[in-house]
Design a protein around this ligand. Structure first.
Ligand code: MG
Length: 266
């Protein structure tokens, strides 16, 4: 049974103050529903359910295969997903399930353009690497063709920290040096969100990037300030979806290789 004439302590105080103010008590005794008691299910929701993704599988020493919903950008067979930014096919050399930078022919980029994504890419500094500083296995992976995450052999090789492996080039140094030694495969897992621009072409929301190398966090939701210039400071210019671009760097050291590249659009 619902209890009649129930008056809470607080209500009692209010009524008492009303009496003293000369307000009719009878008019103020109306009861209103009390809030329902909180139950666990009231703060749980069930839809929409996340889509089921079958994770990749890694056998000992081998590459982690792509999850079921990824766009495979290189599966060891050919560069059909890639092209030259100058036009025409990507002309880097595919062999033994990997591809190697062909410095004569310049950068390559994906045919498909992207905005927000999770990117997995594996790269190897050759065992016979030479050179020092930036001239030792230099390459890079560019988000939307604009923003470079540095690839470099930083295993026992010092350089300016905002140009180190995993730096947002010339902007933000990595949080750690997680290099494997030349001849071993390094893995980048990159989470990137595209910028949103104002009418005037500046960022309303800048691009953000998270970079994990070999399971170690290098960039933690880092705001990108603009393009990653070799000379000068970042530039901001309005752009739309863009490709993943891999850098052919002009240094004379032996070329690096890539394998197992896939992307999940977010
Ligand atoms: Mg580079």
């Amino acid at each position: 049974m619902r209890q009649k004439n129930y008056v809470s302590g607080i209500t009692g105080v209010v009524i008492a103050s009303m009496i003293s103010a000369g307000v009719s008590v009878q008019a103020q005794q109306k009861e209103y529903p009390k809030p329902e008691q909180m139950k666990p299910g009231m703060s749980e929701y069930w839809t929409p359910q996340p889509s089921i993704v079958t994770p990749g599988v890694a056998s000992a020493g081998a590459a982690l295969s792509a999850p079921s919903d990824a766009i495979v950008l290189f599966d060891g067979k050919d560069l059909s997903a890639w092209e030259s930014p100058k036009g025409g096919p990507a002309q880097w050399s595919v062999h033994d399930g990997v591809f190697t930078v062909e410095k004569r022919t310049g950068d390559i980029q994906t045919k498909q353009k992207f905005e927000n994504f999770q990117l997995h890419i594996e790269w190897q500094i050759p065992e016979n690497i030479t050179g020092t500083g930036q001239a030792r296995g230099n390459s890079g992976v560019y988000m939307q063709g604009q923003y470079e995450i540095q690839i470099l052999d930083c295993y026992n090789n010092e350089t300016y920290v905002n140009g180190q492996t995993g730096s947002v080039y010339k902007q933000t140094p990595p949080l750690a040096n997680a290099m494997r030694k030349p001849g071993e495969w390094n893995v980048y897992d990159i989470i990137y969100s595209a910028p949103i621009f104002k009418e005037d072409g500046t960022y309303r929301i800048p691009p953000y990037i998270t970079v994990i190398q070999n399971g170690v966090l290098l960039q933690n939701h880092t705001a990108i300030l603009g393009t990653t210039e070799y000379i000068g400071f970042p530039k901001v210019a309005k752009h739309g979806p863009g490709p993943i671009l891999l850098q052919s760097h002009g240094d004379p050291s032996p070329a690096i290789s890539f394998r197992n590249i896939w992307i999940r659009e977010l």
